[in-house]
Design a protein around this ligand. Structure first.
Ligand SMILES: [Fe+2]
Length: 314
């Protein structure tokens, strides 16, 4: 018998128990802790032992390796937690999936698609944190990736937009894999910034999408996309989590302060400006992702597409 436990560490943390390839449970941590979007899936990992008394493999998924350690032993907290729960009665392997976040998104879609081959389009606020010797050794984040996927399971990267908050401009770093490094955030960061400006949490993409039909085209708003990239005059990314509208650059236009933003959240009252910006980001996202899909079709010549987006709804 093969018993695999996998967990997602970040927001909306979750745990899955697989026995001989069958999902016994998939559970978000918030269901056990009653704390919305809870991370660090300790309760989910403990739940595993309601069903089995040993595991063969622990898979830990996130966008980077850094995380809490056990006191005294210095072990990774999740490995340590399983060891403690097991009272040392069994050995288990540990696999970390954290440097291929976008490939993981692609695999989740492709494996379950039933397709033999497809193009996979992924967009994220900040996927895996990748270290680079270039650009003064700063961390690069995955924003948008296109893979050509086929069975047996292989993923050929044909496009990747990586970025950083450093002023690095625009760089084609590998023509073969279509890898670019820029100082421009991806569209998801712009979506997060507007979500926050409208009084929601950065990851409340669904609430912003719900607000967007109440807005209207407003030509006074600065462009969200400029020359094919997210407008850095308007948006300040905050890697890895969240982003902001640079309100001070546009005096009199973005005057919604934290207090009135919270009031809107509580009473369902939103300014015309908030509603129009929600409309604008929704429209801009559809155009931006539409262009990305067209790029995927042009490069891969595939007719079957899998679209996998984090914190963005179209
Ligand atoms: Fe993601």
């Amino acid at each position: 018998m093969s018993i695999i436990v996998s967990c997602n560490r970040g927001h909306n943390a979750s745990t899955t128990l697989l026995v001989d390839g069958e999902v016994i449970f998939y559970l978000e941590e918030e269901r056990l802790t009653r704390f919305k979007r809870d991370g660090t899936p300790l309760m989910g990992l403990a739940k595993v032992f309601d069903f089995v008394d040993y595991i063969d493999e622990l898979v830990i998924c996130h966008t980077h390796r850094e995380g809490p350690q056990s006191d005294w032993t210095g072990e990774d907290i999740y490995k340590s937690w399983i060891r403690k729960l097991s009272r040392g009665k069994f050995e288990f392997n540990v696999t970390c999936i954290d440097t291929i976040h976008h490939q993981m998104h692609a695999a989740c879609g492709f494996v379950h698609s039933g397709f033999d081959t497809a193009a996979c389009v992924i967009a994220d606020g900040a996927g895996s944190f990748l270290q680079s010797d270039a650009y003064d050794g700063c961390t690069l984040f995955e924003f948008e990736t296109i893979f050509k996927a086929k069975k047996p399971l292989t993923f050929e990267q044909v496009y990747k937009h990586l970025g950083t908050d450093k002023s690095v401009g625009f760089n084609l770093v590998d023509e073969d894999t279509g890898t670019y490094v820029t100082e421009h955030p991806g569209i998801v960061k712009a979506y997060e910034a507007v979500t926050r400006y409208c009084g929601f949490q950065s990851i409340d993409a669904g609430k912003l999408m719900g607000l967007s039909p109440y807005g209207k085209p407003n030509p006074k708003l600065p462009p969200i996309i400029r020359d094919g990239f997210v407008n850095r005059d308007l948006f300040m990314p905050n890697y890895p989590n969240g982003a902001y509208i640079i309100c001070d650059r546009y005096p009199g236009m973005f005057s919604v302060d934290e207090e009135s933003s919270q009031r809107g959240k509580q009473k369902g009252e939103y300014s015309e400006n908030q509603k129009d910006l929600a409309y604008a980001i929704q429209e801009a996202s559809e155009i931006y992702i539409g262009d990305l899909i067209q790029k995927a079709v042009d490069i891969t010549r595939k007719k079957k597409l899998l679209l996998l987006f984090s914190l963005l709804l179209l």
